[in-house]
Design a protein around this ligand. Structure first.
Ligand code: 6R9
Length: 648
């Protein structure tokens, strides 16, 4: 490991193989540079050209209108994303696999473009029959099964706005999201498979609906086959509704700026934000990024391990890939079921050529050992991708050598729920790779690194805040129901510029290295969680007086969660209580938010003005020496006492 760190300091650079480069869509640096220049200097020309590769019912009148923080793209144009994902391919790719599905128990299904088109059209008619109209919100709470993609595309086909909620979220998190969006219909399943267990999606849904009254109708997909309660008049089996649905459903022409979907993500307050994406810009940007960054070829089989409950699943399992007529593979379950070779067995079974996964997964693969991938034939792979958090060089080298056999380029793609698509990456046939560096801006993206006063940081390798200076097509348009929060959150620190919430550095070659969040957002196994969100879950427990949550480095998850908690009078610290609090957080948010450690303490370190000193808590949590100024602490003894509180 030390050796690898030393290697990193040498800033070793890896070239894409000559074979890869020769066959790549973009293979000359000059071409990237010319296109990049054009995309910034003549965005209208650049984006018009890209957009005209898609199908429009009515062409746009104007490419961009920018009144910070409000951007409008392809004004006046009308299109439908499901048309571009499905109908557009029927003549040339009707019998090509659109979705390859592998279930955890080993069942599999392949849906061709024809078949997917038919299923989506039928389900779109089902939704219409349930009273869903253009602009209505539909919440989708499903496992990673084809019906998740079908439901998303069916909403899009009729102009309903979907809000996919990750199946790992709890009933209460689901209820919050349904209520915020005021969804009319919920689409769920009897359950999903995870490590041989059933994820009780329908039971969670019923619990959520007790507190979420906007939902009038529920559609339930039969997946696991175990018995679930069905409420008469409200709950309907998917297969029963589909049996009589017509396969003829013309797509609704949507204005380019019509809402497409809402996706909730964590910010620095307790309440998740509903990030809103609109139709035209999101379609065009995910289409282009998928094509160039994954260097898509007609013969590729592409496998992204993300769940559709996250933005990666939206843009790079479903929409970006299907718009390009590609074959996308969905896997339902855990990577270690039935054993630690599952991902590699899927790659061998379907001759997967592109794999897109997260550093936290790569670190788990490393821990399980290279004997697992070595058992399988991975020679079909030609390109690897990483997303979700900074990839540490050790994981990068392992991925490069053990999985890619030093033959496959790696794209380390930086982006966010809010950006809709990949923003910073290398182009695989063009740019040399530097482990740990995401790379260069994609077309149309103008990043800058600034200090807290907004001045550009020009020294190579000096850190600062990462901002984006110009609008790009798939930029979020607002926070659902809270335009004021949209402006405050993203456009108030550096007026006119989008603030990412990340810190970054840029080297002399213009490569960006992402340093991680600079706000109170944790990145646990590539999932975003607000410290405040976990804190508010904790303080909703009757025993808790106050809670402060911090991250600490974790060898697999990237970041682990440590909660410092003070109790109300009458409650005393115990291991049982600590366990109960962990379970309480799981119930409030979901298993991804379970604190790794709870420290029940008598006081939190506060300044005289009452601010919790999180820096100190982070140092205590990671067992570091307490450094920096502690003179503003109200009670200097608190640090010593914190260090000696047992971690539970
Ligand atoms: C796509 C996605 C966004 C946050 C982002 C950043 C981190 C994502 C990264 C990365 C370093 C990468 N992040 N990709 N950090 N290198 N290649 O993950 O969206 O869930 O909204 O998270 O993830 O901190 O701000 P989202």
């Amino acid at each position: 490991m030390e050796k690898i760190e030393a290697v990193l300091k040498e800033e070793r650079v890896f070239q894409p193989s000559e074979d890869f480069r020769q066959a790549a869509r973009i293979r000359r640096l000059e071409d990237y540079e010319a296109l990049y220049r054009e995309s910034l200097q003549e965005p209208e020309k650049f984006w018009s050209r890209v957009a005209s590769e898609l199908h429009w019912f009515k062409p746009w009148d104007k490419v961009l209108e920018w009144n910070p923080p409000n951007a409008k793209w392809f004004i006046g144009g009308q299109l439908n994303l499901s048309y571009n994902c499905l109908d557009r391919h029927l003549a040339t790719r009707g019998n090509k696999a659109a979705i390859i599905f592998e279930g955890e128990p080993g069942d599999s299904r392949i849906l061709t473009y024809q078949q997917l088109h038919r299923e989506v059209s039928k389900f779109a008619n089902v939704l219409k029959g349930l009273g869903v109209r253009k602009g209505d919100r539909v919440t989708i709470y499903l496992p990673m099964i084809p019906e998740a993609a079908i439901a998303m595309l069916a909403c899009v086909r009729i102009g309903a706005v979907h809000s996919v909620v990750f199946g790992g979220f709890s009933a209460s998190a689901l209820a919050d999201r349904i209520n915020d969006a005021q969804a009319k219909v919920l689409i769920t399943a009897d359950g999903g498979w995870r490590r041989g267990n059933v994820v009780p999606l329908k039971v969670n849904s019923d619990e959520a609906l007790a507190d979420a009254k906007s939902v009038e109708q529920v559609v339930v997909v039969r997946r696991t086959g175990h018995e679930v309660p069905m409420e008469r008049g409200r709950d309907h089996w998917y297969h029963e509704l589909m049996a009589s649905a017509s396969p003829d459903c013309p797509p609704e022409p949507m204005d380019a700026e019509d809402p497409l979907f809402i996706l909730y993500t964590s910010g620095s307050t307790g309440k998740p934000k509903g990030v809103l994406h609109t139709t035209g810009g999101y379609s065009v940007y995910t289409y282009l990024t998928a094509q160039y960054i994954f260097d898509l070829k007609e013969s590729d089989t592409y496998f992204c391990t993300a769940d559709v409950g996250w933005i990666t699943g939206h843009s790079y399992v479903v929409y970006g890939l299907l718009q390009n007529g590609a074959t996308t593979l969905m896997y339902e379950g855990a990577p270690n079921t039935p054993d630690e070779g599952r991902i590699w067995s899927i790659i061998e079974k379907y001759s997967v050529s592109i794999l897109y996964t997260a550093p936290t997964a790569i670190r788990a693969f490393m821990k399980w050992g290279e004997q697992w991938p070595l058992k399988y034939n991975l020679s079909s792979l030609r390109l690897l991708g990483s997303v979700g958090e900074p990839i540490n060089p050790e994981a990068w080298f392992w991925y490069y050598k053990v999985i890619g056999k030093e033959r496959c380029p790696i794209v380390d793609t930086w982006w966010q729920t809010e950006t809709g698509g990949i923003m910073i990456t290398t182009l695989p046939g063009v740019h040399p790779m530097k482990p740990g560096h995401a790379g260069k801006p994609f077309f149309g993206v103008q990043p800058e690194i600034v200090d807290t006063s907004g001045q550009p940081v020009n020294n190579p390798d000096e850190g600062g805040h990462l901002i984006i200076q110009k609008p790009w097509p798939s930029m979020l348009r607002t926070v659902w129901g809270d335009p004021e929060r949209f402006e405050r959150q993203y456009f108030s620190q550096y007026p006119g510029n989008y603030f990412t919430g990340d810190g970054a550095r840029r080297d002399e070659d213009g490569y960006y290295l992402i340093l991680g969040r600079v706000d109170d957002v944790l990145n646990v196994s590539g999932h975003r969680l607000g410290t405040m969100e976990v804190e508010s879950a904790l303080v909703s427990h009757p025993a808790v007086a106050e809670a402060a949550v911090v991250g600490r480095p974790d060898p697999i998850k990237g970041e682990g969660i440590v909660a410092f908690v003070t109790l109300k009078t009458g409650f005393s610290p115990s291991a049982e209580l600590a366990q109960e609090l962990k379970a309480h957080v799981v119930k409030a948010i979901g298993a991804i938010a379970r604190p790794d450690e709870i420290r029940l303490t008598d006081a939190l370190p506060k300044t005289r003005s009452g601010k919790i000193m999180r820096r100190l808590l982070r140092q205590v949590a990671s067992g570091e020496e307490i450094k920096g100024d502690t003179s503003t602490l109200e009670d200097r003894g608190v640090v010593e006492r914190l260090k000696s509180t047992p971690a539970q």
